[in-house]
Write a protein that binds this ligand. Structure first.
Ligand code: ADP
Length: 617
């Protein structure tokens, strides 16, 4: 047997096998696309059978009827390939009608002119144009469809486009033999190989066998699963949904995928459409998404309009132009989380076992969304615990600090009361009354401090700003009468003017000076410096007191934080002063920090912008 004959027999066998497989598929799932695919291979197989019968001597292929039959079948291939392009990517209706008419018109001459009589050259040219035109149009159509699609669909469309190219070359090669008779045999062998290659490519693209479909889906699926582990840690649920949808699109090779999240409370599916959230109730809308959720099973429809006539609005109503879709429920244990739906405007893009893949993706989505929910819950619990801890800290600190002056106040007041009852005529106990006033003032200061701390949290500490000379303000603070023995010195060479909330800056200076006094029990000197540095106002308060342990330096500005080297008995305080100072400085757009050497003293530094950069008002 010659090599040429072997190839002819192989193509013959391949076409018959492919025809059998595709007609089985068409019988099992009689849809337009499966029927068209089977028709395509039926026509090809018939052409081969006629040729084979001729070769074996059962038919005389030069007779009018067999020759005309073979010719008309070859021309029919052009029409069927257009139908397939229509199934997979869409062809304008007029073109389809033109192609059908073209087939009839170009076939008629075949039945009129029997060999050796030849039709006029124009007729032959028109027949060639009819054969090549739709084939070329389909090849370009499939290349464009492959460019627009991704994953397995892209690979299928590429295989089909390659099939068209092989078919075109298959027709062209025998012409080389006509022009160069010395290459006749080679060109015919090559033509046969191309014919076989075209049949196989069409088969792989049009009726992709399951194993190949899975192999073609694998790279995208693998990439998605590799990404899946880090998805729960994305900043928000919307980003996770978008990634899951993109993963489904690339793995299934469909143009669109949407996830609807189930809201138990409102009994609706929520779809994220950009910034908008679309809500839909699966109970009211007879939709595939809703049905998949309610029945808790995957659902496939290749004709949405036919199967869901009541779905006037689809659940994912922002995904337009689709006919086929696959929906699978996203469920963790007993909990409904939502539905994953993959859409396509062309039903043959999907295969039946894609339902399994979508189900697998939905299960993966369930794991990811569940992990996300757990992470969110853990963060919420942590935040709640933190809030409770802060509240507890706040309450115990407040209660503790308010209790001391209140006890003194109560004691003193009761004493005065008893004295007055016993001896109403006696002169008022001025010292006792002064103690009450003093303690009430302390109490008031503490309450104000607590209120200010709350205002820092809300970012509402500052009032209106006005031009302030920091040097004058520092001088004023230092000159305020105090009972402490400390020497207070201001170092300032020039005015430093800025636009600040005067009362709050006064409070800042007062807090820093009071701290310097409190934490310098030996009564050492305290220096307040004010100067200008580049575009900033600078001030510092230096003492030679107990100092701050190094590891406390960065913490002392936190709420309720007190240094390790201070205790309540020796140094009363709530740990709020510096927190408020930081609030005042930062809300003015400045910075505060401390430098200190234990037992030698501390310096508190402040920078404030000279030109107001209001951060919050
Ligand atoms: P309080 O003085 O009420 O504790 P603050 O917020 O004013 O609250 O100060 C927080 C902590 O910073 C103090 O408890 C103390 O440990 C430390 N601290 C503040 N100022 C000084 C200072 N001038 N010298 C040493 N330690 C200081």
């Amino acid at each position: 047997m010659s090599a040429q004959q072997l190839i002819v027999d192989l193509s013959w066998a391949a076409y018959i096998v492919i025809f059998l497989i595709t007609s089985m598929q068409a019988l099992r799932h009689p849809r337009r696309a499966t029927i068209d695919v089977a028709l395509f291979f039926l026509v090809s197989a018939l052409v081969i059978v006629i040729a084979e019968l001729g070769r074996l001597g059962f038919l005389k292929t030069s007779d009018l009827l067999p020759a005309a039959m073979s010719g008309t079948l070859i021309l029919l291939l052009s029409y069927v390939i257009l139908r397939l392009l229509d199934d997979f990517a869409g062809v304008p209706k007029p073109w389809m009608r033109l192609a059908a008419g073209g087939w009839v018109l170009s076939s008629i001459p075949l039945f009129i002119w029997a060999r050796p009589a030849k039709p006029p050259a124009l007729v032959t040219i028109l027949q060639i144009i009819y054969f090549v035109g739709p084939q070329l149009y389909a090849a370009i159509g499939f290349v464009r469809a492959s460019r627009k699609s991704s994953g397995v669909t892209r690979r299928r469309m590429t295989a089909i486009a390659a099939g068209s190219v092989f078919l075109g070359l298959n027709v062209l090669f025998p012409q080389i033999g006509v022009v160069l008779p010395s290459l006749k045999e080679e060109s015919q062998i090559i033509s046969q190989v191309l014919g076989l290659a075209s049949g196989i490519s069409y088969y792989l693209g049009f009726a992709t066998p399951g194993w190949l479909r899975r192999a073609w889906q694998e790279p995208e699926l693998r990439a998605f699963l590799a990404r899946a582990a880090r998805l729960p840690r994305l900043p928000d649920t919307l980003s996770i949904i978008k990634e899951l949808e993109a993963g489904a699109v690339s793995s299934v090779g469909a143009p669109n995928a949407r996830i609807g999240l189930w809201d138990e409370e409102t009994q609706t599916l929520r779809f994220y459409d950009g910034e908008r959230v679309v809500e839909a109730s699966p109970h009211q809308l007879e939709t595939p998404d809703g049905r998949s959720l309610l029945l808790q099973k995957p659902i496939f429809t290749d004709n949405f309009a036919r199967d869901y006539p009541l779905a006037t609005v689809s659940v994912a109503n922002d995904v337009r132009d689709f006919t086929a879709l696959l929906s699978a429920p996203i469920t963790a244990g007993e909990t409904w989380l939502g539905v994953l739906t993959v859409y396509s405007s062309r039903a043959p893009i999907f295969a039946d076992d894609d339902l399994e893949l979508v189900q697998l993706l939905a299960e993966q989505a369930a794991v990811i969304l569940e992990s996300r929910a757990l992470i969110d819950e853990a963060t919420r619990v942590q935040a709640r615990e933190e809030a409770t801890r802060l509240k507890d800290d706040f309450l115990s600190a407040a209660a503790h600090d308010l209790k001391t002056p209140l006890t003194t106040l109560m004691g003193q007041a009761q004493l005065l009361e008893r004295k007055a009852q016993r001896n109403p005529e006696a002169p008022a106990d001025l010292a006792g009354i002064q103690r009450i006033v003093q303690e009430a003032k302390r109490l008031k200061d503490l309450v104000l401090e607590l209120l200010d701390a709350a205002r820092v949290e809300q970012g509402k500490l500052l009032g209106p700003r006005e031009p302030v000379d920091l040097r004058a303000l520092a001088q004023e603070s230092v000159n305020r009468p105090r009972t402490s023995p400390h020497a207070l010195v201001v170092e300032a060479l020039e005015r430093v003017d800025g636009s600040y909330d005067r009362i709050r800056i006064q409070q800042l200076l007062e807090n820093l000076i009071e701290n310097a006094i409190k934490y310098s029990p030996e009564g050492e000197e305290i220096r307040v410096k004010v100067w200008q540095e580049e575009n900033n106002a600078r001030l510092s308060v230096t003492d030679r007191g107990i100092g701050i342990p190094p590891h406390d330096l960065s913490n002392i500005f936190h709420r309720f934080y007190r240094g390790q080297n201070v205790n309540d008995r020796q140094f009363a305080g709530m740990g709020l002063g510096l927190f408020i100072c930081r609030g005042i400085v930062e809300q003015h757009g400045g910075r505060i920090w401390a430098e200190s050497t234990l037992l030698q003293g501390s310096t508190f530094h402040v920078t404030l912008p000279l030109i107001s950069t209001e951060r919050s008002q």
